[in-house]
Design a protein around this ligand. Sequence first.
Ligand code: NAD
Length: 260
Amino acid sequence: SLKGKSAVVTGSTSGIGLGIARALAGAGADIMLNGFGDAGEIEQIRAGLETEFVVKAAFSGVDLTKGDQAKKLVTDAEAAFGKVDILVNNAGIQTVAPVDEFPEDRWELIVALNLSSNFYTTKAALPGMKQRGWGRIINIASAHGLVASPYKAAYVAAKHGVVGFTKVVALETAEQGITCNAICPGFVKTPLVEGQIGEQAKANNMTEEQVVREVILASQPTKKFVEVDDLGALSVFLAGDHAGSITGAALQVDGGWVAR
Ligand code: NAD
């Protein structure tokens, strides 16, 4: 059980982050939500966690592409719960375009959110974790943290960076009761992927059905999307006491994609 623990989950108003927040709350952790979206819907999510799982839930809508705001997310959570035991760096965005046409503002934004925000939140959370001698940092990288695909230069570069950053944090904290791991999902059907189907169709000159069959499911040997709930369950395991010797790992949850 994670009762008495408190968790920050970035980008938890949608998709994988929301699934992980629900799973951690289900295990008893207090949750600091973060992300963009409709204020009313977010409040419904927040209040829903409190009533469904009998935990405390708060929300901070900081923009994680800004380092100062990323650090503030951790201090907001420390103010709300007194501490941050579990940090899940999940927020991420994607743009699909060839390198020579890749929009420069999107490159900067993707590196800032998908990679640099992990540095800023981790930097802010580590002093408290070290002081208490316990911490769990879970970075949601991607199969694209381990292998590449065309047209995803910024995303693949940032996610490879996340896997490297994860290893460094793991080494620096190895004797202090803190673990830091990356989860590397294959394709999960979330709003992020549904958006990509359209973009990929344009870049590859294909119909959307062809993209799903020939691009997305082609890379995933199981021919099935990864389930959000499975990533939530893995996060709960990594946050628990039996995962104390798993650190610096990049755990593939990708239907066999990276095995090819
Ligand atoms: P999503 O679009 O459903 O959710 C992204 C979340 O990040 C949302 O809550 C959004 O509001 C938030 N967000 C976006 N920009 C932000 C910002 N500047 N500051 C704070 N929050 C911001 O996406 P998802 O598919 O759930 O992806 C979550 C993570 O999982 C990402 O890092 C993504 O790269 C990774 N991932 C996704 C897949 C997949 O197939 N969906 C596969 C591998 C890895």
